[in-house]
Design a protein around this ligand. Structure first.
Ligand code: SER
Length: 316
């Protein structure tokens, strides 16, 4: 039986991943790690153990790992791209100093570690369409620099010490549960909230800017499936390209308009977000993930739109 610690359990990915892991491995076997100011609430709090786990506090996390006999850590603590660009030192402290802590704890306590990478690990010199698994990674954002470092450091711990590190390069993640905060791809979540509230959407990303995106259920499956994958099949480790859909703002707008004919949008491009978006790929080639651990997404833009509108309408 696995004993899992999710660091960042109240964040965009963590809040849903923790519940999914509890449904698979049992409530008592999945610890929700959180920081002060982001305490778990409701089902997340009531369904299983929760502990303060600040990624910058190695002794505290080490104690939690020993207390629960943890063998797998999902290390989800990070600042998203736009916030990171404005708080680079904090982004590094959480993303990289924090990662060192987790990897050292994993080495000493024999844990497997999942730390997400991102489409942000690529830059303007990367081939833009169907970006290959192994290619140029020269990002221009501090977020991207920390993600490339994450990939390299995680691979180094695997090669040097045999720590079972694995990761995926997430595209923009779209969910109806916990909103993202301060990412470049957030517009693709915000647009659904505007549509359901009957508001006009002001789009911060320019027409024609393609980015890879994914619906949260597929992203959660990727996390679990990769950590369960047969290690003898993994030629890559950190991190795998995964993909399910790529669109530009006009396309997601029209996908929503199909179900909300009165929905309106206009563009008011945000210079920072746009410069980041323009430096990222249009779409990723995920052949390696499909081949090495049978990755396969289930949602496309239309099926995601139907589900997002339905779930948000029920909640708002
Ligand atoms: N969603 C992230 C961001 O926009 C990219 O991985 O920052």
């Amino acid at each position: 039986m696995k004993n899992i610690l999710v660091i960042g359990a109240t964040g965009q990915i963590g809040s849903e991943l923790t519940m999914k892991l509890r449904s698979i491995y049992g409530n008592d076997h999945v610890v929700a790690g959180y920081i002060h100011g982001a305490e778990p609430k409701g089902e997340l709090l009531e369904s299983g153990p929760a502990e303060v786990c600040d990624v910058t506090d190695r002794p505290a996390i080490d104690a939690v790992v020993k207390k629960y006999n943890i063998d797998t850590i999902y290390n989800l603590a990070a600042l998203l791209s736009v916030v990171a660009e404005n708080k680079p030192i904090l982004a590094w402290k959480i993303g990289i100093d924090g990662l060192w802590n987790i990897l050292e704890i994993a080495r000493e306590n024999h844990c497997a570690v999942f730390t997400p990478s991102s489409i942000g690990s690529f830059g303007p010199e990367t081939p833009r369409d169907k970006t290959p698994q192994d290619t140029v990674q020269r990002p221009r954002t501090i977020y991207g620099v920390s993600k490339v470092t994450t990939e390299l450091l995680s691979d180094w711990y695997y090669n040097k010490y045999g720590v079972d590190t694995r990761s995926v390069r997430f595209p923009g993640l779209i969910s109806n549960v916990t909103p993202p905060g301060g990412g470049t791809t957030d517009y693709a979540v915000d647009i659904y909230y505007a549509a359901v509230k009957g508001q006009e959407f002001i789009c911060p990303i320019a027409e024609g800017t393609y980015m890879d995106m994914m619906y949260m259920p597929d992203a959660l499956n990727a996390c679990v499936q990769l950590m369960e994958a047969d290690p003898t099949r993994l030629a890559h480790r950190n991190g795998f390209n995964i993909a399910s859909m790529s669109f530009e703002p006009g396309e997601i707008f029209r996908a929503i308009q199909k179900y909300k004919p009165d929905f309106k949008m206009h563009y008011q491009v945000d210079a920072l977000k746009q410069s980041i978006a323009s430096s990222w790929p249009n779409s990723l080639d995920d052949t390696a993930a499909r081949y090495e651990w049978d990755w396969q997404p289930t949602y496309d833009l239309d099926s995601m739109t139907v589900d997002m509108l339905e779930k948000l309408a029920a909640r708002l």
